[in-house]
Design a protein around this ligand. Structure first.
Ligand code: GAP
Length: 510
């Protein structure tokens, strides 16, 4: 399904709404509707249980969004959490300089792809894409150009060389997509943190930041958690919570938001062992994604070219979104940077006494960090499909179906009386609904013909539909329809309930 249809589907079926839509919306801020919040909570529960329940050496916390301003000085975010921005003087539109350049390169890549597609058509089965790319003169030149531009851009970003970055935009003759002119301001660094003011302290002293990552809440609580939970290194601290970034370019729906949610885990290890743990967490996190049934071809690792100010190794798990492979999760070896910085700025020791080594040290940290909203988008875009069905008479029809893993689907089953005007059927359905809702998320629906009700449940990913018909009144059995195979089996109400509970529990993923 194309991206535009996916966005409309999310609104139509109560997954995601634009924030403050009544007032024409607030860019890059979104609200989750009734189905959306259930799906998001299930994703969070899957992550939380994988971390804190399946690992004996990981505990959770929930730290506050506001933190002492010095935290952000120590972490480097005040000085280094910047994006390079540039304005077009004619349209007054603001852009991220690196995104303008990346988009320019994406256009060249688009031309390459066109040539490849043409050639593939021409040569048919015998076409070898790799060979074509490495021998076709025009493609080689274009690829060289892309590599050169992106390579130079990477260097300028690393060196914070804003003058060369602007010169590169001019050299590529990049025009403003709105005004069409090349009338650019200077390039400058823009800090991504939102700030606000404490009520009782005026000026800089009372300046507070909305946290741009949840990780710092974990770092400053390292000693509190280690001492109270009596964990020994290696151990981890997990947290789920809101983060805020004043993104210049906000697009692609919930992919890049100004207010979003992160699921982060900091794993504290002995200095010198961090690369082993880094490799281990890479594998563990990739398996977490694969357990959801996401095709392997849609997931890949991508090593960072430019390391963040705190990392000595970093990799992204990328997912193939409808707009291409993009970062879904980051795994970072953060060294002892953060704890050391907090030790220095607070003037207090942030160290661990290792009883086996009989020595004190500042632990090293391997971090796994995933955006909950991005994970939501990945799940929806993988699951939402338009399917052609053929019935017994050979007649074709289409259905929109969201093939979410049952354990994270918003509703686990729909209870449907075959007819809404038949009191006995309605009573039996409501009785079953009343019983099942004590155990799991179920919905009751009696409106419209049964086929339409099935379609409505398909569209929101409900894995099972339980239909109560006249036979139910005779022998207490119901039909259970499977969302994906469309098979219907006849079971007793007890068997139906147990089937739903068993096949939709998070344990199926863990
Ligand atoms: N603590 C490390 C950290 O924050 P990051 O790569 O900046 O690292 C981690 O962010 C994850 O948070 C990303 O992989 C992404 O899933 C999510 N994320 C970051 N910025 C986001 C935004 N503006 N909107 C939605 N998700 C975002």
């Amino acid at each position: 399904m194309d991206f535009k249809s996916l966005v409309s589907h999310c609104k139509e079926y109560g997954f995601i709404f634009q924030s403050s839509e009544l007032y024409d919306g607030l860019a890059a801020v979104y609200d989750y509707g009734p189905n959306g919040v259930e799906l998001k909570n299930n994703i969070k529960a899957y992550w939380w249980q994988s971390m804190t329940q399946m690992h004996d050496n990981i505990v959770g916390i929930d730290s506050s969004i506001f933190m002492h301003p010095k935290v952000w000085k120590a972490s480097g975010h005040v000085d280094a959490f910047n994006d390079p921005l540039i304005d077009n003087k004619d349209s007054n539109k603001r852009y991220r300089a690196d995104v303008l350049i990346e988009d320019y390169c994406a256009k060249i890549e688009g031309k390459i792809k066109k040539d490849v597609t043409k050639a593939a058509k021409k040569f048919g089965e015998s076409f070898d894409e790799e060979q074509f790319r490495s021998t076709n003169g025009r493609i080689i030149d274009r690829q060289k150009k892309i590599d050169d531009i992106l390579g130079r851009m990477g260097n300028y970003l690393r060196d914070e060389d804003m003058v060369s970055l602007k010169a590169l935009i001019e050299e590529c003759e990049i025009a403003c997509p709105v005004s069409g002119t090349k009338n650019w301001t200077e390039c400058r660094q823009f800090n991504l943190m939102f700030s606000t003011q404490l009520g009782n302290i005026a000026g800089e002293e009372g300046k507070l930041y909305l946290r741009p990552e949840t990780a710092q809440g974990i770092f400053v609580n390292f000693l509190n958690v280690q001492k109270t939970s009596r964990k020994k290194v290696p151990f981890g601290i997990a947290q789920i919570g809101k983060a805020f970034r004043n993104e210049i370019v906000a697009r692609q729906f919930i992919f890049r938001m100004r207010e979003f949610e992160q699921m982060e885990m900091q794993f504290f290890v002995r200095p010198g062992t961090e690369m082993e743990w880094y490799e281990q967490w890479k594998a563990t996190r990739m398996n977490w994604h694969k357990a959801l049934g996401t095709p392997e071809s849609k997931l890949r690792f991508h090593d960072h070219d430019n390391l963040a100010h705190y990392a000595n190794a970093a990799v992204d798990i990328e997912y193939e979104f409808p707009f291409g492979f993009k970062e879904l999760e980051g795994i970072h070896s953060r060294t002892d940077f953060d704890l050391k910085q907090h030790q220095e700025l607070s003037g207090r020791k942030v160290q661990y006494f290792d009883p086996e080594l009989n020595e004190n040290y500042v632990p090293y940290v391997v971090e796994t960090s995933i955006g909950c909203d991005r994970m939501f988008l990945a799940m929806i875009s993988n699951a939402l499909q338009e399917e052609t069905l053929t019935n017994a008479e050979g007649v074709e029809s289409t259905r929109i179906v969201m093939k979410l893993p049952p354990a994270i689907a918003p509703m686990k089953a729909a209870i449907l009386p075959l007819l809404k005007n038949d009191e006995a059927l309605v009573k039996a359905a409501k009785d079953l609904f009343g019983e099942m809702k004590k155990h799991t998320k179920v919905t009751y629906d009696e409106k419209d013909a049964i086929g339409r009700r099935y379609r409505r449940q398909d569209a929101v990913g409900t894995p099972f539909c339980i239909t109560i018909d006249h036979q139910t009144l005779e022998d207490g059995t119901v039909t259970v329809r499977d969302r994906d195979s469309l098979e219907q089996v006849r079971l007793s109400t007890k068997e139906a309930k147990n089937k739903v509970l068993l096949e939709t529990q998070l344990a199926t993923l863990l």
